[in-house]
Design a protein around this ligand. Sequence first.
Ligand SMILES: Cc1cc2nc3c(=O)[nH]c(=O)nc-3n(C[C@H](O)[C@H](O)[C@H](O)COP(=O)(O)OP(=O)(O)OC[C@H]3O[C@@H](n4cnc5c(N)ncnc54)[C@H](O)[C@@H]3O)c2cc1C
Length: 327
Amino acid sequence: MAVIGAGISGLACAQALVRSGCAVKLFEKSRGAGGRASTRRRDGWWVDHGAQYFTVRSARFAEQVATWERLGISAEWQGRIVTVRADGSRIPTSDVPRYVGVPGMSQLARELAADLNVTWQTRVDGIHPSQCGGWRLRAGIDDLGTFDGVVSSAPAPQTSTLLREVAPALADTCDTVDMLPCWAVLAVLPEPLDLGYEAAFIEGNPLVWIARDSSKPQRPQTPEVWVLHAGPTWSAEHIEDEACDVEQMLLGEFAALTERSELRPISVDAHRWRYARSLEPRTDGCIIDCDARLAVCGDWLAGDRIEGAFLSGLAAGEQLADLLVRG
Ligand SMILES: Cc1cc2nc3c(=O)[nH]c(=O)nc-3n(C[C@H](O)[C@H](O)[C@H](O)COP(=O)(O)OP(=O)(O)OC[C@H]3O[C@@H](n4cnc5c(N)ncnc54)[C@H](O)[C@@H]3O)c2cc1C
């Protein structure tokens, strides 16, 4: 089997297949595991620029989180998190436990990927029927091999492009999901910024989330690193802007929001997530074309969060393994 993508869903799928005795090869276009649950590393510090934390609702995911906790790669984040209303008033958010990967979010995916056969920096751009049955994958002019089945865990629009020729019905299903963008700005400040909270959901502002990343467990206390996420409407309006312009605009919003006349970051970076979250995630869990042995999984099929991604991948892996065992 081939699995496209080494985010949480692709890795959970591959793990389930391997547990059932299937040979699995993963292909990932980036240099490392994690996808949207990744950590950006710099000299002496690092920051979660995508998913900020995860929550646990289902027993299956709770089992996985218990394993991560035993391995020491996840921990509860007890930072004070508030909602800042458009009029500036603050209300506390629900006290549901929030967890993070340690030392960074990408540790979760790194652990899932540890024993898997992953080919990094390989963007699959062709899935073709093979003459001897199964599917032949390509990355540009490179032939990646022939597989008896293929799972795509890429976000819906990217999976749609991959499957359009060979599985138009699956591609049509992907097209029912709108995925919204998010500009993330990562700012390193010269001194601690005490706002009376560690993170906030923001209402009525181009920014929808701000968080002091250094307040998460097992992060360096210095430098002081803040993550700013713009909302989907603002991000879509500025999607093709230069990163340096986005950095200045969102830092300006942050300064205004926190009533700091000047913020002079030591360094600032912006990251554009083109397909951050689904507008209305589906609830299928995963979709499998049994005859063709093609499957899709991902957060957009199961609730749009890390937990959903994990459960979707697990469902795809377990159902495909059943199918292969039954022949
Ligand atoms: C800014 C932001 C904030 C978020 N905040 C939270 C949060 O606080 N809590 C939470 O639970 N969730 C949050 N999420 C959502 C969470 O990150 C996702 O639900 C989850 O990580 C999705 O995992 P996935 O495996 O389904 O997809 P992805 O992580 O997108 O994985 C897909 C993988 O496929 C790879 N890929 C794509 N196309 C190809 C190709 N052609 N060939 C090879 N590889 C390919 C990609 O590089 C990627 O690694 C956030 C997301 C973003 C972007």
